[in-house]
Design a protein around this ligand. Structure first.
Ligand code: URA
Length: 224
């Protein structure tokens, strides 16, 4: 559900106040019923007529956001942490989006969002084994033996044995790690399993999706 005035304001890149004025001077119907309150909630499948013109609400929207650190993956703000949604205020669909594969608040880069639960479930399905690629900065130098262990799979703190991963050493304290699972805090826990520590973490890719063309704080629609 999304507020009609907010939806129209974002769609037309106008302020909510202007959208409000247009509201008062225009006949707007939702599913054939005249709307008087601008905060009326709309959802997929609703038919909106604006001065006799029917407006489509897109049913499925997918977005890639270049998330900076310290924004959380929750749909709502929590205590003093801001939700990723604060970075998408110019996206008309912001309130319909949900995260496909959370990122910790201190992790940067690629956050994949969608209005379509089926798509989200497909992306994070263990059966599809979608690759996630991370740049990992480490607390101490990593040895070839530890690189080999990460590649083979390590035993996490709860006894779970991770699947084989791709590991590439970039510098003595920096690796590229590609995993296919979605376990909670997986990268940090994998590094703990080889007695190391993640200092900084960046997700570069999910499957075929990257941040190409985006600067920090920016977002783009995903072409599927
Ligand atoms: N693994 C982590 O430890 N943190 C993330 O944000 C993503 C994967």
């Amino acid at each position: 559900m999304i507020r009609l005035d907010k939806y129209l304001a974002n769609l037309w890149l106008i302020s909510r106040r202007t959208a409000d004025k247009i509201f008062k001077s225009t006949e707007i119907l939702v599913n054939g019923e005249k709307i008087i309150k601008s905060d009326t909630k709309i959802t997929y499948g609703d038919v909106i007529t604006f001065d006799g013109i029917e407006i489509d609400i897109l049913e499925k929207v997918h977005v890639i956001l270049y998330k900076p650190a310290w924004y959380i993956s929750s749909d709502e703000d929590e205590a003093w942490y801001l939700s990723y949604r604060n970075l998408l205020q110019d996206c008309p669909y912001v309130e319909m989006l949900h995260v496909a594969g959370r990122l910790d608040q201190d992790t940067e880069w690629l956050l994949l969002l969608s209005s379509d639960w089926q798509f989200i479930h497909q992306v994070i399905s263990p059966k599809l084994n979608k690759e996630k690629e991370y740049e990992v900065h480490l607390g101490r130098n990593i040895s070839d033996k530890e690189l080999g262990e990460l590649a083979k799979g390590v035993i996490l703190d709860n006894g779970y044995h991770t699947l084989p991963a791709k590991v590439q050493k970039l510098e003595s304290k920096k690796i590229l790690l590609t995993i296919t699972e979605w376990k909670y805090h997986q990268v940090k826990r994998m590094l703990e399993a080889v007695d190391n520590q993640v200092i900084y973490l960046k997700r570069l890719r999910i499957g075929e999706w990257t941040l190409e063309g985006l600067e920090k704080w920016e977002w783009k629609y995903l072409e599927k």
